[in-house]
Design a protein around this ligand. Structure first.
Ligand code: GAR
Length: 189
């Protein structure tokens, strides 16, 4: 079986990246992770990628325009023959040209039930609003932040006594299950 080549973009911890890499170990997984890109050269997730022997492109965006930096990332992805891009805690807005180049082949995971709670600090905002449920979303990436066609969501209940950290932990468990499944479905489709 030939597998779709995926590039994963991170900025930090990389736990969703790790979940995607782990899922790709299975023989019947329809994708392989071909490249990890980070705009933060010392992102914690890069160590995990290195231990797993996955090529990296890690470079700070500082001093470059958004379009210039994204052009370098695009070049690295193409050099690695990447076909799909998965944003996994990539905390950087993308240039319109980059989004257009990967349209329909670039996904993001966001820790809320979109279209609610785009942006940062979603768990705190859900608690402040007194919502009964929360969750995560995988969606195709468009020009707008945390927007674009929703591919799938997973829900968790907000429990009595939850603080933002506890809620984040439960949502993250769902993120790690949801993302590999949705990415696999996308590359199969
Ligand atoms: C995850 O919760 C992810 O959903 C979120 O950042 C975290 C990254 O954690 N992404 C966004 O907020 C994107 N708008 P990770 O580096 O351990 O995967």
């Amino acid at each position: 079986m030939s597998r779709a080549r995926v590039g994963i973009l991170i900025s930090g911890r990389g736990s969703n990246m790790a979940a995607l890499i782990e899922a790709a170990r299975k023989e019947d997984c329809p994708y392989e992770v071909a490249l990890i890109v980070s705009n933060v050269p010392d992102a914690a997730g890069l160590d995990y990628a290195a231990v797993n022997g996955i090529p990296q492109f890690a470079m700070s965006h500082k001093g470059l325009s958004r379009a210039e930096f994204d052009a370098l990332v695009d070049g690295a992805l193409r050099d690695a023959d990447v076909e799909y891009v998965a944003l996994a805690g990539y905390m950087r807005l993308l240039s319109p040209g980059f989004v257009a180049a990967w349209r329909g082949r670039m996904v993001n995971i966001h820790p809320s039930l979109l279209p609610f709670y785009k942006g940062l600090d979603t768990h705190r905002r859900v608690l402040d609003a007194g919502d009964a449920r929360h969750g995560c979303t995988v969606h195709l990436v468009t020009e707008s932040l945390d927007d674009g066609p929703i591919l799938a969501q997973a829900e968790v209940p907000v429990l009595e006594g939850d603080d933002a950290e506890a809620l984040a932990r439960r949502v993250l468990i769902e993120e790690h299950k949801l993302y590999p499944r949705v990415l696999a479905d996308l590359v199969r489709s």
